[in-house]
Design a protein around this ligand. Structure first.
Ligand SMILES: O=P(O)(O)OC[C@H]1O[C@H](O[C@H]2O[C@H](CO)[C@@H](O)[C@H](O)[C@H]2O)[C@H](O)[C@@H](O)[C@@H]1O
Length: 988
């Protein structure tokens, strides 16, 4: 339907405009052509840091990483000298003795060595030590010890560690040989003395790493957790609630009813608090904080809360805390966290913290720490589900609010970041911005930055001396056969079962390949072992081998065991095809390691599921839908039959992707992104909480007071339907009492029309009104409405209405509120994402095609779009009221949304720049708002007036978060607090 926009304007069909714009904004091309080099990124980081410092943003040069586990394992030795146990009993089968960097404590009670796993993340973190001082705040993991019988101690055991080694014997079939470790898990619940000891040992370990391994220095800051918290946190909420949800497993298998309150959620919260508290203890102004992964989603907000108020704490560990002059931690919050005051263990640490806080507070040294100085990025390593799935989570709001405490939230892929933004819009009702989410005026930037691998380390491991003989053995063993390799955890989303099904389809559909190809599938045990899945996989393997195997040939070799590193690299190197069929996976480093291994080998193709993070970066992989078994079978056939030239070309492109974005560039890019998004106008803001005591003092001594209140969102909470936003009796009584005081001039300054204000407030005596943003005014004295738009051209109203009608027809749930001199289009009850999208389109259209020609202003409100006459705004009414009441020496002005910022601006601009001197008269010209209804000659005749008000008598108060960008000098968090403040003023 072509919409007649205006005379002379090009008539573009509205639908064409809309769909074109939808296309553009929904499918932008997020992938840059060439990835920047590590050097380029580091240069950029250095430049950003210099710019920030020049602008006065403190940067300490330190980075604090917050991760679930420390990259070390800790063993408690039974006897001071009994260190052999720890040395000879690798906890992780992938360990090689030469990997074990160890330290012994002075009394040789503790043994620490490097932990395997998360190699990409750890190598990325380490690489930043080249340019920054770094701390890693993380859980110690369950500490291991010798069994109680042997030690004679009564430490409760959680059970034996059961690692097993996967052994490739010379020229013989691969097989697994389980070994039993003598170590027992004893958790990480220690008394204060032991915590100190461990912290000291970690420091020595870190020094050893630097000396022996040449690593950049990492300072390890341990988080200790009692078992009920660590288990409930990880095995509970992480693994049974979040992880399945993020991998689209939606708890459908679960028959058990989750108790309420869910103990695993409580453990998740407690654990997150312990991490955040530890960060608060070591934080120094100017630190960059990186929180890693889904175990710690509440940490960003909690850190901000802990650092939000004053206090000094000093962590009694070897790396010290902050200097006494550096206030940091919210005392109440910390005390509130003291989860079991009957226990001396944890109180050992917290008790000391509280003691320090107490001393510090007594000394009167504390002052508020501005939480906007705290710079936090969160990287989510897992996938993020569609908002339709995410919203099933009972604690969805808490999780999102926790994450939105970060300045920057990063995901592995663009689509995960889109899902996250949609979740924030749909679940929390926030709006998106061009680069993230607007959280009540504070922007959390949302982006993606896929992790890479440490290419040098992988190439080094590939070329290790132990690999070649194993490759030769494998080649000999499968001399005339092609090898397909797969290696995953045996978790449902890894798609091992689908892979086997597809392999069977392949053997069925392509009989020529029978006896000529073998699938070597290594599945490492998953934490949440699924006996059902294990059984199904084992049965299918037997079935395939029974159907397509023979006495001297087995098509599927399935090893449900961990695998040694040399074997792993040998397998990846000899493979003729890698088959990865994940149903959902955040990133997948096996595919990258395969590509690096194949560079020195056959350039074999990679068959890759399209449902994983890596997929979008690997255009030259053979992409498959793992649910389409025939499609997978066809891809296997295509890969195995591929000619050498095509293999080379595809491999070259894949190789370029892997080496172009490594774990090091990933880490440096995160730092760059965080620096790009802190210290700007949206983050460097912190409005103090309204000081009601001070306000009351000023109120009581004032001779005349101006009390100006916005309505929606200020005197009444925002609700779904405008007509339902009615004042409570309590609110009305408070405002009525204010208005009844002859010293007070009280006005409601609202976007609402006069009829609505009359209906709900007309009964309050001596209350003045400004309706429709200042288009109509009714003074407290004469009771007549004055039309401030009388002299204005209002013919634009029908055009705006037509545009709004167009959008209303196409946006289910949206409505038009037609007022006398303004129009509001509401989309609060539309689909949140589509409503927001339509709002942006309508705004764009109004601003580009109507506003340049018509005397209008378009305002984006709270889930609404409003058009009102130009030159009319709430600020003009405020100026007018000051002009008419020059003797007022106290002003309270409260408002919540963007249109109220005009009032706050007006209050600032009545004073000369820099503020008036004590003895200096402040003169005010007649405001434009007055002249618009007067004859211009009369307006000119109005004199300048000397006004009495001074800045310290102005209490401009925004309703919203402290970090919201505002011109107000104070903030309260909700309408309730506005009413509380008014009631306090009224108290005698
Ligand atoms: O200046 P105000 O008094 O704050 O009025 C601004 C607009 O408020 C109303 O809309 C908003 O509040 C509604 C009720 O809570 C809510 O449903 C809607 O989504 C909000 O945008 C009012 O309807 C508008 O006319 C005012 O301009």
């Amino acid at each position: 339907m072509p919409l007649p926009l205006s005379h002379g304007a090009p008539k573009i069909p509205m639908c064409q405009i809309i769909f074109h714009k939808m296309e553009e904004s929904m499918h932008p091309d997020p992938t840059p052509a060439l990835p920047p080099s590590l050097e380029d990124i580091r240069e950029q980081v250095a430049r950003l840091e210099a710019t920030h410092r020049a602008k006065g943003l403190p940067l300490s040069g330190r980075i604090i990483h917050v991760a679930h586990h420390l990259p070390v394992e800790i063993v408690r030795l039974a006897q001071p000298n009994d260190i052999d146990v720890a040395l000879t009993s690798p906890i992780t089968p992938e360990f090689k003795p030469e990997d074990i960097v160890t330290v012994e404590s002075a009394d040789q009670k503790w043994k620490i060595h490097a932990r395997q796993g998360h190699t990409a993340m750890v190598s990325g973190i380490r690489s930043l030590s080249d340019t920054h001082e770094q701390l890693v705040v993380a859980w110690t993991g369950d500490i291991l010890s010798q069994p109680a019988e042997k030690t004679g101690q009564s430490t409760p055991n959680l059970g034996p560690v059961n690692p097993s080694a996967f052994v490739l014997q010379d020229n013989v079939e691969l097989h697994a040989a389980p070994t039993q470790s003598p170590l027992m898990v004893i958790g990480s619940d220690f008394d204060f003395k032991e915590q100190r000891e461990i912290a000291n040992e970690l420091k020595r370990f870190s020094d050893t790493e630097v000396e022996q391994e040449g690593y950049g220095k990492l300072t390890y800051v341990p988080v200790f957790m009692p078992q009920e918290i660590s288990k409930g946190h990880y095995e509970g909420y992480c693994k049974t609630t979040l992880w399945p949800l993020f991998h689209y497993l939606l708890w459908l298998d679960s028959t058990a009813t989750v108790p309420s309150p869910d103990p695993s959620w409580i453990a998740y919260k407690k654990a997150n608090e312990l991490f955040a508290k530890r960060v608060a203890e070591v934080w120094q102004p100017g630190d960059l904080i990186f929180v890693h992964d889904y175990h710690l989603l509440l940490v960003p907000k909690l850190i901000r809360e802990f650092l939000g108020q004053s206090a000094h704490v000093g962590f009694p560990g070897p790396y010290g805390g902050q200097p006494p002059s550096s206030p940091a931690v919210n005392t109440d919050k910390l005390k509130g966290m003291d989860w079991d005051s009957s226990k001396t263990k944890y109180n050992g640490m917290l008790g000391s913290v509280s003691h320090n806080l107490g001393e510090h507070l007594k000394s009167g040294e504390h002052h508020s720490r501005d939480p906007s100085e705290v710079m936090i990025a969160l990287f989510v390593h897992t996938p993020w589900p569609s908002s339709e799935i995410f919203r099933c989570l009972p604690k969805r709001n808490e999780i999102l609010e926790g994450m939105l405490g970060a300045n920057l939230v990063l995901f592995q892929t663009y689509s995960y970041s889109r899902h996250f933004i949609s979740s924030c819009i749909r679940v929390c009702g926030y709006e998106s911005t061009t680069n993230g989410v607007d959280v009540n005026g504070v922007i959390t930037v949302v982006s993606h930055c896929p992790i890479g691998i440490d290419v040098k380390r992988v190439a080094h491991d590939r070329d290790a001396p132990g690999v070649r003989p194993k490759m030769d053995s494998l080649r000999q063993l499968y001399a005339d056969r092609k090898i397909i390799v797969g290696r995953e955890k045996l978790d449902a989303p890894k798609g091992v079962y689908n892979k086997l099904q597809a392999f069977e389809v392949f053997l069925e559909k392509y009989p020529d390949w029978r006896n000529k190809v073998v699938l070597i599938q290594v599945t490492t045990p998953a934490l949440s072992e699924s006996p059902k899945l294990e059984r199904m996989v084992a049965e299918l393997v037997s079935h395939i081998n029974g159907t397509y195997g023979s006495l001297d040939f087995t098509p599927v070799h399935h090893y449900h065991q961990a695998i040694e590193r040399d074997e792993y690299f040998a397998l990846l190197s000899v493979a003729d095809l890698a088959l990865i069929t994940s149903l959902r996976d955040g990133m997948n480093t096996t595919s990258m390691e395969f590509i690096i291994c194949q560079d020195k080998s056959n350039k074999s193709p990679l068959v890759l599921s399209e449902f994983m993070g890596t997929s979008s970066s690997f255009g030259e992989a053979l992409k498959i839908n793992p649910h389409d078994l025939v499609g997978v079978a066809d891809a296997i056939e295509k890969g195995l039959s591929m000619d050498e030239e095509e293999k080379e070309t595809r491999h070259a492109a894949l190789y370029k992707s892997v080496v172009g974005h490594t774990s090091h560039t990933w880490a440096a890019t995160m730092v760059q992104l965080l620096l790009e998004n802190v210290g700007n106008e949206h983050t460097a803001h912190q409005t103090p909480v309204l000081d009601t005591q001070l306000m009351k003092q000023k109120y009581e001594t004032a001779k005349k007071r101006l009390m100006l209140f916005d309505y929606d969102g200020t005197l009444t909470p925002i609700v779904k339907v405008p007509s339902a936003a009615v004042p409570t009796a309590r609110t009305r009584a408070a405002i009525a009492a204010l208005a009844a005081d002859p010293k007070n001039v009280v006005y409601l300054i609202s976007g609402r029309d006069g009829d609505f204000l009359e209906e709900h407030w007309g009964m309050v005596k001596y209350l003045g009104f400004s309706a429709e943003h200042g288009s109509f005014v009714k003074t407290r004295e004469d009771g007549e409405w004055m039309n401030m738009t009388e002299a204005l051209d209002m013919s634009w109203m029908s055009e705006v209405e037509e545009i709004f009608r167009y959008y209303t027809e196409r946006t289910t749930g949206s409505t038009i509120e037609l007022k006398k001199a303004s129009i509001t289009w509401h989309y609060r009850n539309a689909d949140p994402v589509f409503g927001e999208f339509q709002c942006k389109q309508a705004l764009d259209l109004l601003e580009s095609s109507l506003a340049p020609r018509r005397p209008i202003e378009v305002l984006v409100g709270k889930k609404n779009l409003e058009v009102r006459p130009l030159a009319i705004n709430k600020g003009e009414i405020v100026r007018r009221l000051i002009y008419e009441n020059p003797d007022a020496d106290f002003i309270m002005c409260a408002g919540d949304d963007k249109t109220d910022e005009d009032m706050f601006r007006a209050l600032r601009t009545v004073f000369p720049p820099g503020g008036p001197r004590e003895d200096e008269p402040v003169l005010m010209k007649p405001p434009v708002g007055i002249t618009s209804v007067l004859d211009p000659d009369d307006a000119e005749a109005l004199p300048e007036k000397e006004i009495h008000i001074r800045p310290d008598g102005v209490f401009a108060t925004t309703v919203g978060s402290a970090a919201k960008k505002t011109l107000a000098g104070w903030h309260v968090t909700g309408p309730e607090e506005v009413v509380d403040a008014v009631e306090q003023l009224l108290e005698k």
